[in-house]
Every structure is written in C-alpha cells, then in structure tokens.
Design a protein around this ligand. Sequence first.
Ligand code: IPM
Ligand code: MG
Length: 356
Amino acid sequence: MTKKIAVLAGDGIGPEIVAEAVKVLNAFKQDGLDIELEYGLIGGAAYDETGSPLPDETLQMAKHADAILLGAVGGYKWESLDISVRPEKGLLGIRSQLNLFANLRPALLYPQLADASTLKPEVVAGLDLMIVRELTGGIYFGQPRGIRTLENGEKEGYNTLVYRESEINRIGRVAFDIARKRQSRVCSVDKANVLECTELWRETMTTLSKDYADVELSHMYVDNAAMQLVRAPKQFDVMVTTNMFGDILSDCASMLTGSIGMLPSASLDENGKGMYEPIHGSAPDIAGQNIANPLATILSAAMMLRYTLDQPAFADRIEKAVSKVLDQGLRTADIFSAGTTRVTTAEMGDAVVAAL
Ligand code: IPM
Ligand code: MG
C-alpha cells in the first residue's frame, strides 16, 4: 500500500535540505518504495501565507500521513512576533497535537569526521550514543506560564516544570526498549537534587527498571551529564531525559560528531508513527546559499524508513551511502577540512543518490 509522507520544509535552510532528502527518497521508487509525497506549510513560511505557524490544513495533512519529513522552522524575520504565532509554535504544536512524545536523537561519529569534532579524536572515535528526549511535556508545555506584572509594577516571567508518572513511564519504556537493541545501558538524566519534579522522574525510572532486569539503569544530574558528555562521551549508551534537558544535551552531543549538520532525529507516537527532522535549526544566516549540510535530513529520511515505514534495507542503503560520500572526501562547509573536497548542498545530495 502506498505510504503517504507529509513534507514540511519550513524556513531558512529547510527547503534546501529537505529537497536533498526528497531526492534520496524518490531514488528508491524505481526499486519498489511505494511512497507519495504531499507538501505543506509550517513555521514562518506558513505564518506569512496564512497568519498561523501551523495552519489547520498542515495539521490535517500531518495527521493523515504515515510519516512526516520536516526541515526546520524560525528566522530573524519572525523573532519580534508574539510568541503565540512564532514559527517555533508550529513545531511545538505539531509535536504535541500528534502526541510525538518520544524524540530519538542518535549521536554517531562517522570515523571519517573524527577531525571535524572540536574534541580530540581519541575522545570521540567510535562514539555511538542515543539521546531519548521526552518531547510533549515538561517545562515546554507546563501550565501556568506567562509574563505577568506584579503589584509593584515589576514584570515576572514564569513557566512550570511538570511530569506525571504516566509520562515518565512511557518515555522510560522507549529508552529501555531501545537499550535492549544496543548495549543495554540507560542513563537517566535529571536534577533530582533540586527539582521535585525530577525527583519523581528518578523514582519512577527506578521502579520501571524492575521490568527491565536485563538493562542497567544509572542516574546522573544534568550538570554532570553535560560535563561527562564532553569529558568522556563514550561512557554512554542510551540517555533518557526531560524535554528541556534533552534539547540542551542533544545540541551538546551533536558537536561531538563534528557538526550539528550531521544529526537526524525521530519523534514518535505510541504507535510508531513519526516525524523526522534534523536536530539543527533553520540557520537563517546561510539560507538560500546552497551551502548547508543536507546529511542530517537525509539521515532523518533513513530513520523514517527504519522506524515508521519498516524498510530497514533502504535505511541501510542511505546510511552506507552517507559513509561512502564521506569516504570520497566530499564535505559541505560545516565539516570541511584541509585535504577534502568542498561541495554544495545539492552536490552532496546528488552524491548520496549516486552512492545508493
Ligand atoms: C529542537 C529545537 C526546538 C526545540 C525549537 C526550534 C522549538 O531547538 O528541536 O531541538 O527547542 O525543541
Ligand atoms: Mg534544540
């Protein structure tokens, strides 16, 4: 049966990088991949057209699709808009409306890029870790929230960090299940020494771990985790954490791999339906120049084939092709170093297609 993929390119470099991932997906059609792509607006591009960063038409398209491929949202142009209609709201809205609570952010170092990392090659060589970030709860969505004016006229901003046991359990299960397919180690990251909400997080993870006697659970405070990620990142197999801590730690982990332009992600609901996007942003400073790295988005398409479309062979082919183009010495600006060949966004996409 034909699988429907909603393609939401978004803003900034979004359209450029998504176009390359689409090239790769389309290349598989001749080998029997039965997909149909539909295009929708999200983020600033959607706001400009419709007044909303997540128009109902896009939401309906995403709901009815089997999977979603997303570029990135946001840009200087929309920074002064009210927070309720900013491009980021489109992304947060689709995550929440589709219940995409499990965000998988693998940080894998391609050996060819060991030099591109700002860390010493021996610290990052062989790195393969998976960050499992809770995506539809925590301080990103907690109520009450806002900016209020106090009696003395001073303004006060406030947000709420809140997690229910059921939310902690469901993201915990995702992490434990993934760990079973890897090195069977989960490190749960919290701030249980200060925040009650994450004290409950820690307790709930510990109780849940009784169902996973074959998986080793450890706990770490988030400040220490940030330090350990740059000190000795290979100690980690699977990290599971809250929405905001996961946002921060995954950016940190991305640099271990040389460039944030290399990291894909999957955001899954309870049934494995998912949205796939690079973890980087819309990079408005380099938008439209054909220099962005499309590999994170291309690798996100591979995750889509693996996790939602159940086509692991096609996913393998993409991952191998990415490795091959790196072997060929092809590099976009963000991963370029002496002795390699600098290519554009579109050239990188073409090279991956050729290497499939
Ligand atoms: C990410 C991004 C988003 C987030 C922004 C764009 C809303 O930083 O996907 O990591 O904070 O979740
Ligand atoms: Mg982020």
